[in-house]
Design a protein around this ligand. Structure first.
Ligand SMILES: Cc1ncc(COP(=O)(O)O)c(C=O)c1O
Length: 358
C-alpha cells in the first residue's frame, strides 16, 4: 500500500555530494555528519550510501550503536562525547571515538577500566562558547590527558565555527587564528570545518572536514542554494492531493479562517501537515508544486493537511502528486517561508513519513 506522503532520498545525490566535498577538500579526510537521523534522511541508509566517507559523526551514543548494529565498521565520532561510566564502556566496546569537551569528561575517562583505549578529540572553544576547553585551559587539560597513559590511543584536536555561514564575519578568522595558534608546531590531527567552513574557509580544512548539510545537497548560506554550490538536494518530500474544492469569494479556508478568498478559488487539500514535519509557521503563499506546477499555500498548516491554491493549474484531481520540497523546489526557500533554516525542516520530517531511498 502506498503512503500518501513520503520522503524520497537519492542515493546518487548523496554520493555526488560526498564527491563534491572531496573536490573541495582534496587533502582532508571526510567525517560525514549523520546525527539526527542523518538530518531526516535516514541514519542507516544514509551511512550505507555514504560508505566511502572516512568516518561518521553523531551526537548521541544511541545513534552510534544503531550504526554499529547495522554493520557500519568505519570510525564513528561521538560529537558530544560520553556522560557516564556506562556510556564510556559502550564507547570502548564499540570502538567509538569520543569528543572530550569538559572537566567532567576528563574525570570520566580516568575511570575507564585498564585495557580500554580511546581516540580522543579534544574540543577547543575558539569562540562559540558552547562546548570545549577555552584556549587558556588547554594546557592543563593536556596534562590530565597525559596522566591517563595508554587509555588515550590517539589525541586529536577539534573546534567548531559559530558563524561560518556568514563568510564576511571576522569571527571566523579569529576562531581559525586561535585554533592555529594552539596547534602550531605540533603534529596533531585537527578538524574545524562544517559545511559552511568547507566552502568559506578553505584555509581551515585541516586533516578532517565535518560536513553535514552539504552532504544532503543543501546550502548552509542563507543567500545561496545547494545547486549554486555544486550540490544535489538529496531529499524530495512529496505527498498527494486528497480533495479538491471550489471556494467562493469571501469564504475562509482552514483553522481560524486565516486565509479568505478574494475571488472564487480552486483549492487542493494535500496530505501534509505538522504531524509530518511541516512547520505550522509556513506562511500564506509558500510554494507547493502540484503536478509539477507552482501553486501556493493558503491558510494555516494543520496536523495532517494543507490547502493549496490551484486555480491556475488545469485539471488537478485527487491522487495528484504535490511536492513540498526537493530538487525542483529548494528546501532553503521553503525554510525562508517559515522563518527558519533548512536544517530544521529536514530534521523535523516525522516518523510517520516513510523514507524511500532510490
Ligand atoms: C560539531 C559539529 N560538527 C559538524 C557539524 C555539521 O554541520 P553542518 O551540517 O553545518 O555541515 C555539526 C552540526 O551541527 C556539529 O555540531
Amino acid at each position: 500500500m502506498n503512503s500518501l506522503i513520503r520522503a524520497e532520498v537519492s542515493a546518487a545525490a548523496l554520493r555526488d555530494n560526498l564527491q563534491r566535498v572531496r573536490e573541495l577538500a582534496p587533502s582532508s579526510r571526510v567525517m560525514a555528519v549523520v546525527k539526527a537521523n542523518a538530518y531526516g534522511h535516514g541514519l542507516v541508509t544514509t551511512a550505507l550510501c555514504l560508505a566511502d566517507a572516512d568516518a561518521f559523526a553523531v551526537a548521541r551514543l544511541q545513534e552510534a550503536l544503531v550504526l554499529r548494529g547495522a554493520g557500519v565498521r568505519k570510525p564513528i565520532v561521538l560529537l558530544e562525547g560520553v556522560f557516564d561510566p556506562e556510556q564510556l564502556a559502550e564507547a570502548a566496546r564499540h570502538d567509538l571515538e569520543v569528543v572530550v569537551h569538559g572537566d567532567e569528561q576528563l574525570a570520566l575517562l580516568a575511570t575507564a577500566p585498564a585495557g580500554s583505549t580511546f581516540v580522543v578529540w579534544l574540543k577547543i572553544d575558539t569562540g562559540m562558547n558552547r562546548l570545549g576547553f577555552r584556549v587558556e585551559q588547554v594546557d592543563s587539560a593536556l596534562v590530565r590527558l597525559a596522566s591517563l597513559g595508554p587509555r588515550i590511543r590517539e589525541l586529536r584536536l577539534l573546534s567548531h565555527f559559530a558563524s561560518a555561514d556568514e563568510p564576511a564575519s571576522c569571527e571566523n578568522d579569529l576562531q581559525l587564528a586561535r585554533f592555529n595558534a594552539l596547534s602550531a608546531g605540533r603534529s596533531w590531527t585537527r578538524s574545524l570545518c562544517n559545511s559552511a567552513g568547507l566552502f568559506a574557509m578553505p584555509e581551515a580544512q585541516a586533516e578532517w572536514v565535518r560536513p553535514g548539510l552539504a552532504l544532503y545537497g543543501v546550502s548552509p548560506f542563507p543567500e545561496l542554494l545547494g545547486s549554486q554550490l555544486g550540490l544535489r538536494p538529496a531529499m524530495r518530500l512529496v505527498s498527494t492531493v486528497i480533495a479538491v474544492r471550489d471556494v467562493l469569494a469571501g469564504e475562509a479556508v482552514g483553522y481560524g479562517g486565516a486565509w479568505r478568498a478574494a475571488a472564487d478559488t480552486r483549492v487542493a487539500i494535500v496530505a501534509a501537515g505538522y504531524g509530518d514535519g511541516l512547520p505550522r509557521s509556513l506562511e500564506n503563499g509558500t510554494p507547493v508544486l502540484v503536478n509539477g506546477a507552482r501553486a501556493s499555500l493558503v491558510g494555516r498548516v494543520s496536523m495532517d493537511m494543507i490547502a493549496v491554491n490551484v486555480t491556475a493549474i488545469q485539471g488537478v484531481q485527487v491522487g495528484d502528486p504535490a511536492i513540498l520540497w526537493g530538487p525542483e523546489l529548494p528546501v532553503e526557500q521553503i525554510a525562508a517561508h517559515a522563518g527558519t533554516i533548512p536544517y530544521e525542516l529536514l530534521c523535523s520530517v516525522s516518523q510517520r513519513v516513510p523514507l524511500a531511498v532510490r
